[in-house]
Ligand binder design. Structure first.
Ligand code: AHR
Length: 514
């Protein structure tokens, strides 16, 4: 491949990453909670039943914010079922995932788990089967100090101090027919507006995310955001986005190019949000909460991997096993999020454990890292700071990406995907400049030259690559480190110039001391 060139200047930044950009998601779904983060009786479980081996991996991954309890689950959830004496909590049918919910784990346990992991909680309220009244009661239960029935109830349940939850989602994917009590944009917009008003009257310090489209391919995408924001503009800080990439067609170049559609999606939602602001002559800017993103397809439309008959408790569903090429696409998503740090100020990898997750566990057994664990760890630990504006001169390729609607194929043309996808993040507190670079060529090494103007004395701190000749290689209980980062050797620095050779089909992280 001809030499690929990148230029940037220390003074020109897209924005500074928000701490909430590095979040993840825990849903009452399959073995995410039960057998995932929570397993009383497990050899590593603490007094509350939290698996310490999982907590250790979560601490390694360093997610900053955690969305809970759903997802589709929240649209049928009564938050009251999950608080109070465990023995008295009801067992209910969960219609989102066709399983039985024991409610052994609920909001208070989740808050304790977040505190143990040093993560900000993000709670979703049910705007499917319920509405503003249940939502405002939940805020009062969680955040009001005391002196009212609901706040005193929390205290009698053992949580004397208010939880002080700052970040709340107004329902989940309310545009999707699979959702319990899905709504039109106008129906949802009205309910979300009224719920938001009451929630903020109880606690004006909270921040709210309105539910955007459940995907860019939804037929109502665009008009949904426009209508919902017309209703909620004055009451929310965020609109949400969800994306799951796939390789149904076994077309790896198209799969890796599909990451660029995430960029388009973000830019389109920004345009719609700003159009709503313009109509109101408002200088307020609605931020984007990309609160579900990942690769997900093997266990998505496959009924056997999605539903276990007989309404089981915590069935092993959506346990996607990630391979090397998934880690590449996943790394591309991290770059897209970083490169929109000015407007995407919250994001959640969906999900955290067992269910489409970077961490896998065996019930009663060990926990291990999936391939996607690694790019998330790099993104989360080295991606914080000022994201610089880059000029990239790279050869491109064209692709057709299939994002099916149910059983019907739906193709998107991607005319010019640059082989290099890159983000440059300057952490001026720590004194590092980190380059995240994805080589999307499956055959060719990429000679890369970076002109880092304004950084006169660069030195390599660490250089890592994630790559393997076998793009189908996976990690497993038997081989937990089959895919793990290795040193990237061919990196040279001279003054403001960095030279590297990126292997074919590789995720690379070059961290430089400034
Ligand atoms: O993350 C899995 C599911 O994907 C979530 O419950 C839902 O919001 C989305 O459709």
């Amino acid at each position: 491949m001809r030499n690929v060139e990148v230029r940037f200047h220390r003074d020109f930044a897209i924005g500074t990453t928000h701490p909430r950009l590095f979040g993840a998601f825990i849903e009452h779904l399959g073995r995410c909670v039960y057998g995932g983060i929570f397993e009383p009786g497990h050899p590593t479980a603490d007094a509350q039943g939290f698996r310490k081996d999982v907590l250790d991996l979560v601490r390694e991954l360093q997610p900053t914010v955690m969305r809970y309890p759903g997802g589709n689950f929240v649209s049928g959830y009564n938050w009251e079922d999950g608080v109070g004496p465990v023995g008295e909590r009801p067992r209910r049918l969960d219609l989102a995932w066709m399983s039985t919910e024991t409610n052994e784990f609920g909001t208070n346990e989740f808050i304790d788990w977040c505190r143990a992991a040093d993560i900000e909680p993000m709670l979703a309220v049910n705007l499917g089967t319920r509405g503003g009244d249940a939502a405002r009661n939940m805020v009062e239960y969680c955040n009001h100090p005391g002196g009212t029935t609901l706040s005193e109830l929390r205290r009698t349940h053992g949580w004397d101090k208010p939880h002080g939850v700052k970040f709340w989602c107004l329902g989940n994917e309310m545009d999707g027919p699979w959702q319990m009590e899905a709504k039109t944009a106008t129906e949802y917009g009205r309910i979300a507006q009224e719920a938001a008003k009451m929630m903020k009257w109880i606690d004006p310090s909270i921040e709210l995310a309105a539910a955007g489209s459940s995907g860019r391919r939804m037929p109502t995408f665009g008009t949904w955001e426009d209508t919902v924001l017309q209703h909620t503009f004055d009451h929310v800080e965020y609109i949400s986005l969800h994306t799951y990439l796939n390789n149904y067609d076994q077309d790896t170049p198209a799969f890796l190019a599909s990451v660029d559609l995430m960029d388009h999606f973000i830019e389109e939602v920004v345009a719609i949000a700003d159009a709503v602001a313009a109509r109101r002559r408002s200088s307020k800017r609605i931020m984007l909460s990309f609160d579900e993103w990942n690769v997900w397809y093997r266990t998505r439309r496959n009924r056997a991997a999605r539903v276990k008959e007989g309404w089981p408790v915590a069935p092993p569903i959506l346990e996607e096993i990630y391979n090397m090429e998934d880690a590449l696409a996943f790394g591309g998503c991290c770059i897209s999020l970083l490169n929109h740090a000015d407007r995407v100020t919250a994001a959640c990898l969906a999900q955290l454990v067992n269910v489409i997750a970077p961490i896998m566990t065996e019930t009663g057994g060990p926990a291990w890292r999936q391939t996607i664990f690694w790019p998330f760890l790099h993104f989360s630990r080295m991606g914080r700071g000022r994201v610089l504006r880059t000029e990239i001169s790279s050869p491109t390729y064209s692709a057709r990406y299939n994002d099916p609607q149910g059983p019907i194929n739906d193709y998107y043309d991607i005319p010019a995907a640059p082989y290099l996808k890159l983000s440059a993040v300057h952490d001026d507190k720590v004194g590092t400049l980190t380059l995240f670079a994805l080589n999307r060529s499956l055959e060719e090494e990429m000679p890369l030259t970076v002109a880092a103007t304004g950084f006169p004395k660069l030195a390599v701190k660490q250089a890592l690559q994630l790559c393997d000749r076998d793009l189908t290689a996976v990690n497993s209980k038997a081989q937990p480190d089959r895919i793990a980062p290795k040193p990237l050797s061919k990196v040279k620095v001279a003054g403001e110039t960095v030279e590297a050779v990126l292997p074919p089909a590789s995720w690379n992280v070059i961290q430089l001391a400034v």
